[in-house]
Design a protein around this ligand. Structure first.
Ligand code: NAD
Ligand code: GLY
Length: 359
């Protein structure tokens, strides 16, 4: 059965289709006036699902091309982005070409960015194939590449015309990637929905085991919550910042260790524990709930102890964050489970949290 969640933003309205086997009906989301379809993927996902995606898209009768980018966060950069432009220009793709991002968040973010700027903007479809991409990165139109000095620092807002979530493809994901994606799932409960948080506590093992019903509920609820937030604040002028819970700490881990050493979701999971600790000091988050956050992050299989980057380096890395204003670091903090605010925190409280949470 396919579930539909609608996203409605000033930058575009589009459906998220969630269900098994969606890969085989990708042709349905291609507009009639498209001149060519360009599937952007990587060798891992391309080997597993490229042929099926291309076969479905060929039913449109249009030219279908495929561009493979090298796999991994370490390649989410300007140089790799250029491979998409090379492919589009070599094949004389025009303004009515439609890109199809087939892969995880790295492929989705880079394909979306290429679509945002190629010929000043063309259409694209998200076909997310990781838990993380299905519950978070494919929805809401944030696109970017990394810079050596900061994560996702170069990018654009550009909404897809459709998000096609085939829940079957998660069966081939390595266990570590499943755990990393679940970090973004529990994030929604923590910032927006206490009932969903409790449901995640009760279903952590089922989610890790890819239980069909549990996963279907988690993906749907995550997409609904994300759609609500981006519908109210597409460009992160306020509310949307709460979706970055754990990211101020998490991005410092990712860029501090070198992109790809910790998975993005692992860094966010650990960062949520650090944000909970900071919330206990700054916004009165109950200590017992800090323990619940730590327990659930561990239960989904993510690390709860942060790497030792040195306190000064931690602080300097956290300053290179899109939420930082005038050199002041901003954190997403919780007064209680299900509520979140984006705000600054006293320096001594941040240093205290680093002491408590770093290995
Ligand atoms: P990823 O894209 O690197 O994918 C993880 C790994 O799984 C890769 O090796 C990939 O090839 C492989 N893979 C993908 N699908 C597979 C499948 N079905 N079976 C087997 N292997 C598969 O990582 P990710 O966690 O999906 O995405 C992380 C990225 O998403 C980060 O760069 C992060 O910044 C970004 N992100 C963006 C947003 C946004 O709003 N745009 C939100 C959250 C995260
Ligand atoms: N993952 C953060 C956002 O989409 O805003």
């Amino acid at each position: 059965m396919t579930v539909v969640v609608d996203v409605d933003t000033p930058g575009g309205r589009y459906p998220i289709h969630i269900g098994p086997g969606r890969l085989d009906s990708l042709d349905a989301c291609i507009p009639a006036d498209a001149t060519s379809i360009v599937v952007v993927t990587n060798p891992v996902v391309g080997e597993l699902y490229g042929a099926r995606a291309v076969a479905a898209l060929q039913r449109t009768g249009k030219r279908v091309l495929r561009i493979d980018l090298p796999d991994g966060e370490a390649h989410k950069d300007w140089q790799t982005l250029n491979l998409i432009f090379d492919g589009l220009l070599e094949n004389r793709c025009d303004r009515r070409a439609v890109l199809v991002a087939l892969g995880g968040g790295v492929i989705g973010d880079m394909t979306g960015f290429a679509a945002a700027v190629y010929m000043r903007g063309i259409r694209f479809v998200q076909v997310p194939t990781t838990v993380l991409a299905q519950v978070d990165s494919s929805v809401g139109g944030k696109t970017a590449v990394n810079h050596p000095l900061g994560k996702n620092m170069i990018g654009a807002f550009h909404q897809p015309i459709a998000v096609e979530i085939d829940t079957d493809v998660l069966r081939t994901l390595p266990a570590r990637e499943i755990s990393a994606g679940l970090a973004e799932v529990i994030k929604y409960g923590l910032i927006l929905d206490p009932e969903f948080w409790q449901w995640c506590e009760a279903h952590a093992a089922a989610l890790r085991a890819l239980d069909r019903d549990a996963l279907a509920h988690a993906i749907r609820r995550s997409c609904e919550l994300k759609a609500q937030v981006v519908g109210k604040d597409e460009r992160e002028s306020g509310l949307r910042a709460i979706l970055n819970l754990g990211h101020t700490f998490g991005h410092a881990i990712e860029s501090g260790l070198g992109y790809g050493v910790w998975l993005h979701g692992e860094a966010v999971g650990c960062g949520m524990v650090q944000a909970a600790e900071l919330s206990a000091l700054v916004t009165g988050f109950p200590r017992a709930d800090v323990d619940r956050v730590r327990k659930l992050v561990a239960a989904i299989g993510c690390p709860v102890t942060a790497p030792d980057l040195g306190a000064e380096r931690w602080l300097s890395l956290m300053q290179v964050d899109k939420k930082a204003e005038g050199g002041e670091i901003k954190f997403v903090l919780m007064p209680r489970i299900g509520q979140a605010v984006s705000r600054t925190a006293p320096d001594d409280a941040v240093r205290d949290v680093l002491k408590r949470t770093v290995a």
